[in-house]
Design a protein around this ligand. Structure first.
Ligand code: FES
Length: 130
C-alpha cells in the first residue's frame, strides 16, 4: 500500500471511528490502557450462540494509532467467532498500520489486540464472559 494512502486510512479511522460508543447490553466489557501515557480504551462485546461476536464497539481516549487500530479491529471482528479472535495475530495490525509504525509504536499498535487477547486467555477460556 502506498504510505500516503495508509496514513489517510489511519486518520480516517481516528477522525471517524467505526463502532464508537458503548453497546446497549454488552455481554462483555473490557478495559485496556497504556499506563505510560494514560491512554484508555473500553471494548464492548455482545456474544451470541456459538461464541459469535454479534456486535462490538469501543470508546476511550488516546493517540491516533491506538484509537484507529481499535476502530479497524471492531470492524474486522464483527460477525467473527471468539475462536477466530484467538487466532488473530499482529499481522492484521501490521497490514493496517505498516511495519514502521508497528516497530516505532508497539504499545499503541497492540493496545486493542492485547486487550482482546488477554480477555480470551484469562476469562473466556476459563468460562467467564464478563
Ligand atoms: Fe498512548 Fe499511544 S501514546 S497508546
Amino acid at each position: 500500500m502506498i504510505e500516503e494512502d495508509r496514513m489517510k486510512m489511519i486518520m480516517d479511522h481516528y477522525e471517524n471511528p467505526r463502532n464508537f460508543g458503548p453497546l446497549k447490553s454488552p455481554t462483555v466489557t473490557l478495559k485496556g490502557g497504556n499506563p505510560n501515557c494514560g491512554d484508555e480504551i473500553n471494548i464492548y462485546i455482545r456474544l451470541e450462540a456459538e461464541n459469535v461476536i454479534e456486535d462490538i464497539s469501543f470508546d476511550g481516549k488516546g493517540c491516533t494509532i491506538s484509537q484507529a487500530t481499535t476502530s479497524v479491529l471492531t470492524e474486522f471482528l464483527k460477525g467473527k467467532t471468539v475462536g477466530q479472535l484467538s487466532e488473530l495475530n499482529s499481522d492484521y495490525i501490521k497490514e493496517f498500520l505498516g511495519k514502521d509504525i508497528m516497530i516505532t509504536r508497539p504499545k499503541c499498535s497492540r493496545l486493542a489486540l492485547e486487550t482482546l487477547k488477554s480477555w480470551v486467555r484469562t476469562d473466556f477460556e476459563k468460562g467467564k464472559t464478563a
